[in-house]
Design a protein around this ligand. Structure first.
Ligand code: AHR
Length: 507
C-alpha cells in the first residue's frame, strides 16, 4: 500500500468562509476560571478592575473572539441580578452545579469590562437561565443589558455605572437542557416550548438578536437527534443556531481511538446538519439553521467523576475543579478537533473552546503566582491567527490505521484556509501515527503561492510531555524541516503524532 498521503488544493473547490466566531471560548463560574483565573484583585498584575493583566495578555495572544458566559451548568441556577450593583452588597449564593459558594464579586459589568480589555474582536455570548427560571427573567436581563435608558432596569444599569448599553447580540437559550444532571432538566417537548416562548419574547424587544437553542450535550445522549428535531419543530423560525457539545478523552489506554476523536466530531456535525435540514424541509422553510459548537475540548471527565468526592457539607469558594494538565498527545487531538470545525465552516459559524482559564483550559494560573500556556494553547492560537478566510475543500488520500472505536481511520487529518486578500494559504495537518512519519504531497492548482513561509510543528519525543508550573515552557512548537514547494507541488513529511501549520505565500 502507498505510504504517502496526498491531496489537491484548488480555489475553485471551497467549503465556505470562516466566521471569526469559530475561535470563541467560554468563561463559566466554575472552579477557578473566574476567581484567581481572569479576576484576582490582590494579584501583583491586577489592573484597577481586578483583572489579571498577565492573563489578559495571554488571552489576546490566544486570539479568542466570542466568549460564552456565565455557564455552562452554572447558568441553570443563575440569578443575574445578584451579579450587578455595588460589589459589597451582592449576595453569596449556593451554586448547585459545582457545589460551590458563588460570591458574585465578579458579574455582568466586570465580564463586559474584561471583554473590552481583550480588544474589539471579543464579543459576548450571553446565556439565560432556562433551568430554574424562564421568559420573564430572560427579558429582564435583556432589558438591563441592552436597553439604552428610560426604563427601570436600563436605568438601574446606568445607576450601577454602565451608561452605555452592552449591546449583546448573541444569546444562548439555556444550557444542556437535555442532560439529567442539569438543574431544571427538561424533556425535548418542554424545552422546545420554553425556548420558543423565550425567543419570541426576546425578539419582541429586539428582532435583530441571534439566538442559540440547546442541542444535545453529546452525540452519545440517548435522546440525540430526536431532541434536535423536537426542539426545532417548536423553535425553527425563532432561533438561528442549534448548539453541540463534545468532550474527548483517552479511555483505558486506547490511544489509537483517542487520536481519531475528530471522526466523532465530524459525524456529529454532519448528523446535526441533516436533522436541521430535514426539519427545515418539513416546515418548508428557506432558512438554514447554523451550528454553534459552543463547548468542545479534551476533558478527562471520567477522572473528574472518580475524584469528585466532595464533602456534601462543604461549599468552597473557587475550588480547584477540572484543572486538566494537557500532554502533547492531547494537543494533537485538540488540533484535530480544530481541523474538524474548520472543515465544516459552512455550517459551524460559532464554536467555543471550553473553557478559557484553569478549567479544562489553554491558560493556567496560580493564585498570586504566574500564568502559563498549556500545550493546547498553541494549536488554538495558530488556527485563530492563520485560519481566517476561505476554507478549501480537502479530500485526502491517506494510509489508514485500525481503531477500536471508529474502524479504519486515515492517518492524515487536514484542512486548508486561503486568505482572500493576500492569497496566502495555510495548511493545518495532523499525523495520527504514534510511530511513523507521514510523507504528504499537496498539488496546488490555481493558487498564487510560491514558497513555504513557515512550517510549525507541535510534537515531542515524549508523547506525555506537558507544561506545568515548574516547567511552563517544556512544550512549544518548533520549526519543521524539509518542506519544499516547487512546480506547484508541496512535499512535506509530518512527524509521528504531530500537529502541523504550513504557511504558503507568494513573492
Ligand atoms: O465545561 C464544563 C461543563 O460541561 C459545562 O458546565 C457543561 O455545560 C458541560 O457539561
Amino acid at each position: 500500500p502507498d505510504s504517502n498521503a496526498r491531496f489537491t488544493l484548488d480555489p475553485a473547490f471551497t467549503v465556505g468562509e470562516v466566521n471569526p466566531r469559530l475561535f470563541g471560548s467560554f468563561v463559566e463560574h466554575l472552579g477557578r476560571c473566574v476567581y484567581t483565573g481572569i479576576f484576582e484583585p490582590d494579584h501583583p498584575s491586577a489592573d484597577e478592575a481586578g483583572l489579571r493583566t498577565d492573563v489578559l495578555e495571554l488571552v489576546r495572544e490566544l486570539g479568542v473572539t466570542a466568549v460564552r458566559y456565565p455557564g455552562g451548568n452554572f447558568v441553570s441556577g443563575y440569578r443575574w441580578e445578584d451579579s450587578v450593583g455595588p460589589a459589597e452588597e451582592r449576595p453569596r449564593r449556593l451554586d448547585l452545579a459545582w457545589r460551590s459558594t458563588e460570591t458574585n464579586r465578579f458579574g455582568l459589568s466586570e465580564f463586559m469590562a474584561f471583554l473590552g480589555k481583550i480588544g474589539p474582536q471579543a464579543e459576548p455570548m450571553m446565556a439565560v437561565n432556562l433551568g430554574t427560571r424562564g421568559v420573564a427573567e430572560a427579558l429582564e436581563l435583556q432589558e438591563y443589558a441592552n436597553h439604552p435608558a428610560g426604563t427601570a432596569l436600563s436605568d438601574r444599569r446606568i445607576a450601577h455605572g454602565d451608561k452605555d448599553p452592552f449591546g449583546i447580540r448573541l444569546w444562548c437559550l439555556g444550557n444542556e437542557m437535555d442532560g439529567p444532571w442539569q438543574t431544571g432538566h427538561k424533556t425535548a417537548e418542554e424545552y422546545g416550548r420554553l425556548a420558543a416562548e423565550t425567543a419570541r419574547a426576546m425578539r419582541q424587544i429586539d428582532p435583530g438578536l441571534e439566538l442559540v437553542a440547546c442541542g444535545s450535550s453529546s452525540q452519545a445522549m440517548p435522546t440525540f437527534a430526536t431532541w434536535e428535531a423536537t426542539v426545532l419543530q417548536e423553535a425553527y423560525d425563532l432561533v438561528d443556531h442549534i448548539s453541540l457539545h463534545a468532550y474527548y478523552e483517552e479511555i483505558d489506554g486506547d490511544r489509537d481511538s483517542f487520536l481519531a476523536s475528530a471522526v466523532d466530531m465530524e459525524s456529529f456535525i454532519e448528523n446535526v446538519v441533516a436533522t436541521c435540514d430535514h426539519v427545515g424541509a418539513r416546515l418548508k422553510s428557506k432558512k438554514r439553521i447554523q451550528l454553534s459548537f459552543d463547548e468542545w475540548n479534551v476533558w478527562y471527565m471520567k477522572r473528574f467523576e472518580a475524584e469528585n468526592t466532595a464533602n456534601p457539607l462543604d461549599w468552597p469558594e473557587a475550588p480547584r475543579l477540572l484543572e486538566d494538565n494537557y500532554s502533547v498527545t492531547d494537543a494533537v487531538v485538540f488540533g484535530s478537533l480544530l481541523i474538524a470545525l474548520l472543515r465544516h465552516a459552512d455550517r459551524v459559524t460559532v464554536a467555543c473552546l471550553a473553557q478559557l482559564v484553569n478549567v479544562i483550559a489553554p491558560i493556567m494560573t496560580e493564585p498570586g503566582g504566574p500564568a502559563w500556556r498549556q500545550t493546547t494553547f498553541f494549536p488554538f492560537a495558530q488556527a485563530s491567527r492563520y485560519g481566517r478566510g476561505e476554507v478549501l475543500d480537502v479530500r485526502a488520500d491517506s494510509p489508514t490505521y485500525r481503531t477500536a472505536a471508529y474502524g479504519e481511520v486515515p492517518l492524515l487529518h487536514a484542512t486548508a484556509v486561503r486568505d482572500k486578500d493576500t492569497g496566502a494559504v495555510t495548511v493545518f495537518a495532523v499525523n495520527r501515527s504514534q510511530s511513523d512519519p507521514l510523507p504528504l504531497r499537496i498539488a496546488l492548482t490555481g493558487l498564487d503561492v510560491t514558497h513555504v513561509e513557515e512550517h510549525s510543528v507541535l510534537s515531542d519525543a515524549d508523547p506525555e510531555a506537558r507544561n506545568t508550573l515548574a516547567e511552563p515552557e517544556r512544550v512549544v512548537p518548533h520549526a519543521g524541516e524539509g518542506a519544499v514547494l516547487a512546480g506547484g507541488v508541496l512535499d512535506v513529511t509530518l512527524e509521528p503524532l504531530s500537529w502541523n501549520v504550513i504557511r504558503l505565500a507568494a513573492g
